[in-house]
Design a protein around this ligand. Sequence first.
Ligand code: NDP
Length: 358
Amino acid sequence: MVEIFHEEDGNLSILKDKTISIIGYGNQGRAQALNLRDSGLNIIIGNIEDDYKKIALKDDFSVFTIKEATEKSDILFLLLPDEILNEIFERDIKPKLKPKDAIVFASGYNIGFKLLKPPSDIDVMLIAPRMIGVGVRENFLKNTGFFSFIAIEQDVSGQAKEILLALAKGIGTLKKGAIMLTFRQEAELDLFNEQAFGPAFGRVLLTSIYTLIDAGYPPEAVLIEMYMSNEMSYTYRKMADVGLVKQVEFHSQTSQYGAMSRGIRFRTLPLKDKMKQILKEIQDGDFTEEWKKKITKLKFKMIKYFATKQKINKLEKEVRKNMKLKTYDLYEEAPTEEELLELKKISEELKLFEQYFE
Ligand code: NDP
């Protein structure tokens, strides 16, 4: 049985003599620092010299370099972007850690896939909010909380669970609920959502849009119908509020019959097989290996370039202009001559992406 924790499971008193540093005052960093301080805990910030440091000072925090903050604290929240975390950890944090310190991640990726090796004499924990930073703060202030996945990788102090639950309470997640997983499970779930559900949903959305536009409906009406009205996001919210099928009751009888009677036609799409394959690549670590390669970074740059050139962007911009909505420029740098030469090795694969992003 999975363990699920709520407000009564966390006791803040275990943290009363601890200094907690938030490393990286960004999206998650600012929200979590403010919440923990409002919960009565002793918070300092470790940050580089940038605009986020100015915000932290304005928010009335003591701000130190990352090395200094590590020296001064017992518990560290590592809230830096995942792709640079390892480098900063090795250079600035690891040499300054003391035995029995605790480090807390907000994503399972680096530990789950063994990209970052923590020393063996510290506690290693995870609190991964299922919520963007702004939401972490807003839901704390509203007293509603937010869901999180939590995990313990190393328990050297023998108190890792109590400390983790106290921190989770301080952040405000126990008001809604925290589920105990492993780092690897958290990372795999997150990657699956990004790599299977996200793109599959995106393709269904685009196919619907083009089906309607090809049939002659005005693009303004189509984009509003499909996503710009926010109606779908309302439906999605209702699924969370009352249940996947129960939310159907908010729609008309005609809508309900239409959706249910036609739903069966999509049952035979080979969606599940593709999703199982994506999940297997995540679980086997094949995706992590792929993402580490230099050629993958170049491939990514090229794919993003294709994505900015696809026709939906132009169409959407026109629609937004016609609807007197603010428009946003999409700009992705074209690859350099040198990069193009490197990309020649995978030109056949890239051709497929170019077609995909028509
Ligand atoms: P941000 O992109 O907001 O960056 C966090 C901070 O890191 C910023 O202050 C940034 O400053 C700083 N930073 C970037 N590069 C460096 C560097 N080279 N050296 C030192 N500091 C640097 O991160 P997030 O808050 O989005 O993510 C933090 C963690 O939270 C990640 O593990 C992420 O997976 C996790 N998470 C994020 C969620 C989200 O909604 N964003 C949701 C749940 C978990 P600057 O830009 O000035 O360099």
